[in-house]
Write a protein that binds this ligand. Structure first.
Ligand code: NAP
Length: 515
């Protein structure tokens, strides 16, 4: 069991009490009363806060944080010590004392004396580093644990990269006592979400987005509804999307909703892996050397698709179809730790086309020669289309045409499409993408009624190209359909089960309509 804990940190008694009441609605397992945040802290105020929290039957931690360890006010050591002793007397379930203060018997002995009369109150001894990881994490834990073997050890540090979370997981695995580890900042989010999986005693969640008491906290609402807090256990399978940036990704919402709908024991998390190859490689090495973490696969997106391809080439097996593409968006990890890589943009491109037109022998124009064009060119040429790649930078079109054994031309000659009676046109450039929604890679006059026009751009859903094509009476496919098909294929590879198409479509459409 890990306790989902919301810190309450307000500057006046009234605001503090209001926030306790509003947070209680979300049903946290614990509330942390950050009394150091209050301007005029008195025993009466403390008593009112504790009474309010207790009226909701939620256990409480009372903290009066030293400003040297991130406390908001510069309360004297005597005030902080007296507040903690009084909190014990008033029925706090836990009190938090910084290790730097605990080491001074003049500070800690009165706390221990007060606690000896209230055996149900537990002591948390904490250490914080808001600037960097604790590079000697294990030694610090041992020092605190040796100082008090019954105390809960809390270590909160800033993760500079996601790889700084792994020392925390190792320590939690080897722990000799209850331990709380919070990896702070955007790079530490993983450590917060998977707390029940790795035996973290507590994870701190904010009362709402923008109300974080430390960087990187996820809101309690997202912990429960987006990240399936109540379903995570030591047995839960882990999945995630590797990206930089990762915040905009729809994948956690899509996967977790499908897991929920099918009672699949999994949680899917955002994984902010810095853009460089070294961080990516180190992340994968960290995952593979810790099979007990239970990671079973990843979605991979910008900027890591090529890094992922190269890593899996060295350490696993690449799907035959993904080889000429030179990039993958899916990494699966089998029960015995074998890696396999694939590119589901291939299925994303071909499936919607196969549903409405003939591909074999179809004269097909691919506009663009970037990452998506590679997957689309692989899919179309494999299925017998006669492909010409049109691109602004002709050398890139030539290079791609060489790989897939097809034709190429400059996008400046796009008017050929009408005269040469192309059957299928697929836009793989970013033209028409929000905010440039009035742009199209293809003049309206080049569109024929018997063409199939496919735009991989999905933001907006109906691009100018698709509107023009519909006006001419051509068949159309939008970028959501590609996104949906690639997601369904990826879900199948990663979980060996079928995704709920309706749920994915609803989530994607809702997000894109609101963006
Ligand atoms: P990319 O590697 O950066 O390639 C971009 C392509 O667009 C290049 O060929 C580039 O030509 C061309 N381009 C950019 N601006 C242009 C302009 N003003 N005029 C003419 N050509 C221009 O990007 P990508 O990863 O392939 O992604 C391309 C698009 O695919 C994105 O916009 C995205 O919306 C879409 N996409 C869709 C899905 C889906 O599932 N539906 C998935 C991923 C991506 P140069 O070579 O000359 O620079």
């Amino acid at each position: 069991m890990a306790y989902l804990t919301v810190p309450v940190c307000q500057t006046t008694e009234d605001k503090f009490i209001d926030e306790i009441k509003s947070v209680a609605v979300f049903g946290p397992n614990l509330l942390e009363l950050r009394t150091d945040c209050i301007h005029n802290l008195t025993y009466d105020t403390l008593e009112n806060l504790i009474k309010t929290a207790k009226s909701f039957s939620i256990p409480i931690i009372v903290t009066c944080r030293d400003s040297k360890e991130g406390g908001m006010h510069n309360h004297t050591a005597l005030v902080r010590q007296e507040i903690l002793c009084e909190a014990v007397r008033l029925g706090a379930d836990y009190i938090d004392c910084e290790f730097i203060n605990y080491q001074d018997p003049k500070f800690s002995q009165p706390l221990l004396n007060a606690m000896s009369l209230k055996p149900n109150c537990r002591l948390i001894i904490s250490a914080h580093n808001f600037d960097a990881p604790f590079y000697q994490l294990k030694e610090l834990y041992d020092n605190i644990h040796s100082a008090n073997k019954t105390a809960i050890v809390k270590l909160a540090y800033k993760a500079i990269t996601i790889n700084d979370c792994f020392a925390a997981f190792d320590l939690l695995k080897e722990r000799k006592s209850d331990v709380i580890i919070a990896c702070m900042g955007q790079h530490g989010v993983l450590s917060r979400i998977i707390a029940p999986k790795v035996g973290n005693f507590i994870t701190f969640a904010s009362s709402a987005s923008g109300m974080e008491s430390a960087p990187g906290q996820v809101s309690i609402e997202n912990m429960r509804s987006l990240y399936r807090w109540n379903s995570i256990s030591e047995k839960t399978n882990l999945y995630g999307v590797i990206a930089d940036p990762v915040g905009h990704s729809a994948s956690p919402a899509v996967y977790n909703a499908c897991f929920d709908a099918s009672n699949f024991d999994g949680v899917y998390v955002p994984l902010l892996v810095n853009g460089d190859k070294q961080t990516f490689d180190a992340f994968m090495d960290n995952i593979l050397s810790r099979p007990w973490l239970g990671f079973r696969g990843f979605s991979v997106t910008i900027p890591h698709k090529t890094n992922a391809f190269e890593y899996v080439c060295r350490n696993g097996k690449i799907d035959q179809k993904a080889k000429p593409i030179g990039a993958i968006n899916t990494i699966a990890i089998s029960q015995n730790g074998e890696l396999s890589g694939s590119n589901t943009d291939y299925a994303g491109a071909i499936t919607p086309l196969q549903a409405i037109c003939n591909i074999t022998g179809a004269k097909t124009a691919i506009l663009g020669a970037g990452g998506v064009s590679r997957a689309v060119a692989a899919a179309l040429t494999d299925n017998g289309a006669k492909v010409t790649i049109f691109n602004r930078t002709i050398e890139k079109a030539k290079e791609l045409a060489g790989i897939f054994n097809c034709q190429f031309d400059s996008i400046a000659n796009i008017s050929r499409l009408k005269n040469d009676c192309f059957d299928i046109v697929i836009n793989c450039t970013s033209l028409g993408m929000s905010p440039n929604i009035d742009k199209s890679p293809l003049p309206e006059s080049c569109i024929l009624p018997n063409m199939t026009v496919f735009d991989t751009v999905y933001n907006p859903i109906e691009t100018k190209l698709l509107k023009d094509a519909a006006k001419e009476g051509a068949k159309t496919i939008n970028g959501i359909e590609m996104f949906l098909e690639q997601a369904i294929e990826q879900y199948r590879i990663l979980t060996e089960s079928d995704a709920d198409r309706k749920i994915i479509k609803e989530i994607l459409t809702k997000r894109l309509t609101n963006s």
